[in-house]
Design a protein around this ligand. Sequence first.
Ligand SMILES: CC(C)(COP(=O)(O)OP(=O)(O)OC[C@H]1O[C@@H](n2cnc3c(N)ncnc32)[C@H](O)[C@@H]1OP(=O)(O)O)[C@@H](O)C(=O)NCCC(=O)NCCS
Length: 234
Amino acid sequence: MRPINPGKRLSEPDTLDGVEDQAVDGRPPNGPLPVPGPKTPIGYRGTPVRRFCVRILNYVTNYIVARLPSFTLRHLWYRRVLGIGLDRNAGVYMGAYVWFFGPGQIRRDGVWIGRNTRINRNCTLDVRSGLTIGDNVSISPEVMILAGSHNVNDNRFVQVPGPIAIEDHVWIGARATILPGVTLGRGSVIAAASVVTRDVPPLTVVAGVPARPVGTRDPGATEYTLDEPLPLFE
Ligand SMILES: CC(C)(COP(=O)(O)OP(=O)(O)OC[C@H]1O[C@@H](n2cnc3c(N)ncnc32)[C@H](O)[C@@H]1OP(=O)(O)O)[C@@H](O)C(=O)NCCC(=O)NCCS
């Protein structure tokens, strides 16, 4: 699988050396950017039987698998059944809600979660139009990442795509919301409970609703790796 990076990068991906080798694991190649997700309205496709199957898959993924107290089992499901590109050192904690239109849609639009990235408990990962999360990203509990919206002036209320890119070493505080189409630049920080409506430049701290810059981060402050062992029963 070769997932697509759905968003533009605000900074050069300086930790993507040798990515062609790692592409076998699903890591996005360091190729030309951006490669956008779908341009047309998004939504469920196919026959009623197929839709029913997707609803069953949704139930099993989000209400059964997400509650299994084992990173190994959950990750296996996310990779093999849903087709999410999940680095082997990444961790998706219990209670994640993965919002999708089917495994085919996920594979088409591309979803990648990078090395040492931690997605804490009870986060919503909307992958309805593509999502790329880099390395050593820390996503705090109950964060909501939304990659789809509605055209409020369309008389069919169509759903529109808004793929999201989160670059390396971003920290998203608890209960923040990231709105469709946003790119969070390398090393940026999103304060707790903020609502991010626009791209955030690298190393910028933003806060509030809507999120506005309130500070900057030292470039040297992003040299850590989040490689501690994944905790039991989380
Ligand atoms: C983003 C954060 C790290 C900023 O901390 P900081 O660098 O010490 O910044 P300050 O506290 O000096 O705040 C700077 C400004 O932003 C404002 N601000 C900070 N956090 C805010 C928030 N969540 N919402 C709105 N405004 C916020 C402050 O009021 C301050 O504004 P002022 O200058 O007008 O007084 C911190 O506020 C935060 O949100 N941490 C996340 C905690 C969390 O989610 N923990 C769970 C995972 S461990």
